[in-house]
Unconditional design. Structure first.
Ligand SMILES: Cc1ncc(COP(=O)(O)O)c(C=O)c1O
Length: 402
């Protein structure tokens, strides 16, 4: 949305939460040295192996990279999936099941087109989107002409959409169900039985489950289950299921723009044909660096330890204020600000009085048919800074709000 507050036709379709935040805070001076916790941009250390690889491969920037990626990258991704989900060991064929992406966002958006071309739909195809949600899903639905159907993901349903509540009429015209686990913004993790239900519905109604798992390696206790392992366990195949992942959160390298899609081989083939003409290739030196990143877990464990320290600080400073409970995964706090006038009012107060920038939950959600907005009461806080900064920001919030 333009920062002068005027809405355009485009904003009615998609509006960046960060542009909206800039509009909300325009002209307000921060009340203290600013701390920006609005953006989920990991600020971990750059893994030491990255620099030498990029330096050594510098000359490869002069070549057009293959759109399907170099074999070594697809192999490294397939091997990582097999290590992470033992049932998939040696089951992922780098030729048939994997495509590298320039970050998962690119795929979460562009995969909608081959998904809609997969089959005929009686009526307007529906794209099911958890609400609140990562904005690329809505952009995909809007650009492809499908109908986005928003599924509330509130605390009453464990911050995940209620899959039992979907009508057969809707499921019959569903092209894609986006699921995010661990979820942005609430940090909810879909358990095995939840994923089993999602996979079963996708197969019964022949739609695609797009499992956004880019936070899969950021968790509190146990590694979250993945949609592909559930698909494999239930029928010995990956049919109807696609997982998206990325080095952005796992390796703390959002600037690398390196991710993948893996799963249903028929869809991977179709998407590969589509990407061949429509999507960006990943530069060769980045592909080489990505091979090393998918092959190393030490830097991932370090990142996870750092997020855990931040959540230890949140436990200590917040206690049970604002409905806080340590999330099962991802690196966000999803705090209820209803008693402070809702998420937008609280975001303004915290910027104006404490210099802490947080994101109103309403910018991550859509109004439901009953007029309610499942993000309205909340703010999202990305705990991606160092511990000292996190402590300072949370302390300022508690001192101000009580
Ligand atoms: C839920 C979710 N999905 C996907 C992405 C995209 O990540 P990337 O394109 O960097 O892989 C993000 C980034 O913030 C995200 O929060």
């Amino acid at each position: 949305m333009p920062t002068d507050g005027t809405a355009t036709a485009l904003d009615a379709i998609v509006a960046s939460p960060f542009s909206r935040l800039a509009g909300l805070l325009a002209g307000i001076e921060p009340g203290a040295k600013p701390i920006d916790l609005s953006l989920g941009e990991p600020r971990a250390m750059i893994p030491s192996f990255l620099g030498p690889i990029l330096q050594e491969r510098l000359g490869e920037f002069s070549r057009y990279p293959p759109i399907r990626g170099i074999p070594a990258l697809r192999e490294a991704i397939a091997a990582w999936i097999g290590r992470r989900y033992p049932i998939l060991q040696r089951q992922i064929d780098p030729e048939r099941h994997v495509l590298p992406l320039t970050g998962s966002r690119e795929g979460l958006f562009s995969a909608i087109f081959p998904a809609l071309a997969r089959r005929e739909f009686a009526g307007k195809p529906a794209v099911l989107v958890p609400n609140p949600f990562y904005q690329a899903y809505a952009a995909a639905a809007a650009a492809s002409g499908a109908e986005a159907v928003y599924l509330p993901a509130r605390s009453e349903t464990g911050f995940l959409p209620d899959l039992e509540a979907l009508s057969e009429d809707l499921l019959r015209r569903t092209a894609v169900l986006y699921l995010c686990s661990p979820s942005n913004p609430q940090g909810a993790v879909a358990r095995r039985n939840y994923l089993e239900k999602a996979v079963e519905l996708a197969r019964r109604f022949d739609f695609l489950l797009f499992a956004d798992e880019c936070y899969s390696e950021i968790y509190s206790d146990a590694p979250p289950p993945g949609a592909l392992e559930i698909a494999q366990a239930s029928q010995g195949s990956l049919a109807n299921v696609l997982a998206f992942n990325s080095l952005s959160k796992r390796s703390g390298l959002p600037g690398l723009r390196s991710g993948f899609i893996a799963g249903d081989p028929e869809f991977i083939a179709a998407f590969g044909r589509f990407r061949n003409v429509a999507c960006p290739q990943m530069p060769l030196p980045i592909q080489q660096a990505s091979v090393a990143a998918w092959g190393d877990e030490a830097h991932v464990a370090q990142g996870r330890a750092r997020y855990r320290e931040n959540f230890d600080i949140a436990d200590e400073v917040l206690g049970s204020r604002y409905g806080y409970r340590r999330p099962a995964g991802a690196f966000f706090l999803w705090l209820n600000m209803a008693q402070f006038g809702g998420g937008e009012a609280a975001a303004k107060t915290l910027w104006q009085d404490c210099g802490v920038k947080v994101l109103p939950g309403t910018y991550l959600a859509r109004v439901e048919p009953d007029g309610s907005n499942p993000g309205k009461d909340h703010v999202r806080i990305a705990l991606v800074s160092d511990g000292e900064t996190a402590r300072e920001a949370l302390t300022r919030i508690v001192v101000r709000l009580g």
